[in-house]
Design a protein around this ligand. Structure first.
Ligand SMILES: [Zn+2]
Ligand SMILES: [Zn+2]
Length: 235
């Protein structure tokens, strides 16, 4: 009798902690940490060597030409996986399909990355979402990831440290340079003096947001800024 109970309890615990179906495709083959073998094969870490500053897969170790010519305000920017395949699908569902269940999956990707690279911080800060978008979506995806990451890293999340001074105009159709100036002066920050700040986002695309937020944090006195994301779009 006890053995039956014990087996049932074990099965319940195992299935609730580690689902037997893939979180992404619902397939059941070779599921490890909630992801099946097929989906795992489609997830690619950002290929090394990456630039030691911006984290772009530039193919040579050290600091890339762009970071040397125009040093960004962040000290590091690192991303777990290329923004493609299952990772892109998960981020899309998470952001636009209200499937907030993926916050754990994305936070675990980032946690594995920061652990491997030995990155720590005094505080975690999510990339803010303008209130009108927050109202439309109902949640800030970066805040949800930061909350989960906070539990794994045992580091506090601080909200309201970075605020947007205005709504970012639509970035579509603008050149990289115009996107930079488009974002300028839309953020402000407080209460970060002397701190190592880890800024959390779902995906880094042009890097314009990372540069602008980091500049804002450094202007407000942050000692070090590390920008982390689950996905990295590589052009
Ligand atoms: Zn799958
Ligand atoms: Zn670089």
């Amino acid at each position: 009798m006890f053995a039956v109970f014990e087996t049932a309890l074990f099965t319940f615990l195992r299935e609730s902690l580690l689902p037997s179906r893939c979180l992404i495709c619902a397939g059941g083959r070779e599921v490890e940490n909630g992801v099946c073998g097929v989906c795992r094969a489609g997830m690619h870490p950002v290929p090394e060597p990456v630039c030691g500053v911006c984290g772009s897969p530039v193919g040579t170790p050290g600091t890339c030409l762009q970071c040397r010519l125009s040093p960004p305000a962040f000290d590091r920017c690192v991303s777990a996986c290329l923004f493609e395949g299952p990772v892109r699908e998960v981020i899309h569902r998470f952001k636009y399909g209200r499937q907030t269940v993926y916050k754990k999956f994305l936070a675990r990707l980032i946690y594995a990355l920061v652990s491997e690279k030995g990155l720590t911080a005094d505080i975690l800060v999510p990339v803010p979402l303008h209130w009108s978008r927050l109202a439309a979506r109902g949640y800030n995806q970066s805040s949800l990831i930061a909350q989960e990451l906070s539990r794994y890293m045992k580091t506090d999340v601080r909200y309201g440290i970075i605020s947007k001074a205005g709504k970012t105009p639509n970035q579509v159709g603008l050149s990289k340079r115009d996107r930079g100036s488009n974002l300028r002066r839309v953020f402000r920050a407080s209460a970060v003096a002397g701190k190592t700040v880890m800024v959390v986002d779902d995906v880094v695309t042009t890097g314009g947001t990372a540069r602008e937020i980091s500049r804002t944090l450094k202007d407000a006195g942050a000692a070090k800024v590390i920008f982390v994301s689950a996905g990295r779009a590589v052009s």
